[in-house]
Design a protein around this ligand. Sequence first.
Ligand code: MN
Length: 235
Amino acid sequence: MSDRSKFVIDPPAVCAVPIKGVTQKFPVRRIYCVGRNYAAHAKEMGKDPEREPPFFFQKPADALIDDGGVVPYPPQTTNLHHEIEWVVAIGRGGRNIQVTDANAHVFGYSVGIDLTRRDLQNAAKDLGRPWEWGKSFDHSAPCAALVTAAEIGHPQAGRIWLSVNGVIRQQGDIADLIWSVPEVIAEISASMRLEPGDLIYTGTPAGVGAVQPGDVLEGGVEGVANIHISIGPPQ
Ligand code: MN
């Protein structure tokens, strides 16, 4: 709906993800992502997986792609990587949220894929530049429908996995997060106020790798959600 009385151009649409079993959607404000949060993945990226403080980056909310979607192969890369991730949806905001209170701020959970232009990310790392161009491009944040914490509670463990064309590439367990979800919520909210609508992609287990146009990606977090997307030709 146009609102030219207030804005000189049409305001952007509200970005949102579906919720399993609910007609209404979950409106998305920001997408926070946690870097290197499983020891085996930190090792494969050439890092010592000791418990250094967590670090974060963001993707724009309009990078979301629903379950079943097609991701056009993005420009300026020849090394597009999948990173399957457990996703947390914040329903109640706050700053300086305590670890012991953190679960009360969670609306629900899902599974997403932190698509990464690995060649651009590695070049940025080498030059000491931001990861933005490697991480925060159009269509870089597929996310399945949320399930509410009211329905499934707050998972402590469960297999996380991703296959490409039916072949398993990534496997782990969300019990193996270096920084737990309550700890991640506490860390982010100590630095920036979390708000309702924020999503957190919690990091990926080992086995990241490249995908090509035509590939079919399936993944999931046991007891939470599954996701299925495909990679399309470049736009
Ligand atoms: Mn990631």
